[in-house]
Unconditional design. Structure first.
Length: 336
């Protein structure tokens, strides 16, 4: 019933305001308080503390229930042996403990219990921050009404574009960061947030800004590619110039000639080939050596195992022989 009354009042207010404000459209937004609280770190910490207390209370209630159950089972099994007065006394004790359990449960989890009270104490400061943030956003963005989606008000439909929950979260996070920033950093952050708010308020501006950012990135990439290509051309030209100067100097001094250059290249190729063959031969020799060592080790291991087996057989024979002699002596002693 309460929900319908609130809905009727809301419709009435909107209709009245619409008559008074025909010159401009009514700007309405909404928030999801539960969604916002889940995004706030302080709420998560407070909720964790409260959940720990609630779990402890539940365990205490369960222990009391188990104790009452034990009393009932004991009375049931001993009832035939007890007098009427003892039975009534035990039943009164059980009833007393059940009433105490009900009172304790109401005290902890009732409508005005410790859980609700402590939840209000822990969450109220965070809710106040949310309300202040909503008021600031509503005044800055000229909202006529801002509703809470998670409240008793029934919202049959709400377009996502009117949801300002994320903006409220941004305001809360920004407030937390502002305490750790310098004045200059705060100013830069406020300017950045102002631009972001403008983009959020105007989807067309958001698309245009994305296009501008993409063009800027493409332009920077093109400049960087050109710069790298120019540096590469410069390096190649420098290398060619240096090679030309070296060849020219060598011809003047007579230390380098066109005929000797291929010879050096040929000698270098031959040297590389010889080195490769030597390395290959060394690898083959090393592999052969390792194979021989492994084979030698395997033969030694087999010899060792054979020797140990032979010694064990001899030891077993000696033990059997001794046992047989002992048995023979025992038989001779036992003869009359």
């Amino acid at each position: 019933m309460k929900k319908y009354i609130l809905l009727a009042i809301t419709i009435s207010l909107l209709t009245t305001y619409n008559v008074k404000s025909q010159s401009r459209g009514i700007k309405i937004g909404y928030i999801d308080m539960e969604y916002i609280l889940e995004k706030v770190p302080d709420y998560a910490e407070a909720k964790s503390q409260l959940d720990q207390k609630a779990e402890k209370w539940k365990q205490e209630i369960q222990i009391k229930k188990n104790d009452i159950g034990k009393l009932k089972e004991a009375l049931k099994s001993e009832k035939v042996l007890l007098t009427k007065e003892l039975i009534e006394e035990r039943e009164e004790e059980i009833t007393f403990q059940e009433n105490e359990l009900i009172a304790y449960t109401q005290k902890k989890f009732g409508p005005n219990g410790d859980l609700i009270t402590q939840k209000s104490v822990l969450i109220k400061p965070i809710q106040d921050q949310v309300f202040n943030a909503v008021q600031d956003i509503a005044e800055a963005k000229k909202y006529d009404y801002v509703f809470d989606k998670s409240s008793d008000l029934t919202m049959l439909f709400a377009a996502k574009k009117h949801d300002i929950s994320d903006r409220v979260v941004q305001v809360l996070m920004r407030a937390g960061k502002r305490e750790q920033l310098t004045k200059k950093q705060q100013k830069l952050e406020e300017e950045k947030q102002r631009k972001q708010d403008m983009i959020d308020d105007n989807p067309e501006m958001s698309d245009r800004q994305k296009l501008i950012d993409q063009r800027k990135a493409d332009r920077l990439k093109m400049i960087e590619d050109k710069k790298l290509a120019a540096e590469q051309r410069k390096a190649d030209a420098e290398a060619k110039r240096k090679q030309f100067l070296d060849e020219k100097t060598g011809k003047k001094t007579g230390t380098v000639s066109d005929k000797t250059i291929p010879t050096k290249s040929s000698d270098s190729t031959k040297t590389n080939t010889v080195d490769k063959l030597a390395d290959k031969k060394a690898i083959v020799e090393e592999a052969k050596k390792k194979t021989l060592e492994d084979r030698k080790k395997a033969i030694e291991d087999r010899k060792k195992a054979t020797e140990e087996k032979r010694l064990k057989v001899i030891a077993d024979r000696e033990a059997a022989k001794k046992a047989k002699e002992d048995a023979k002596k025992t038989t001779e002693i036992n003869k009359p």
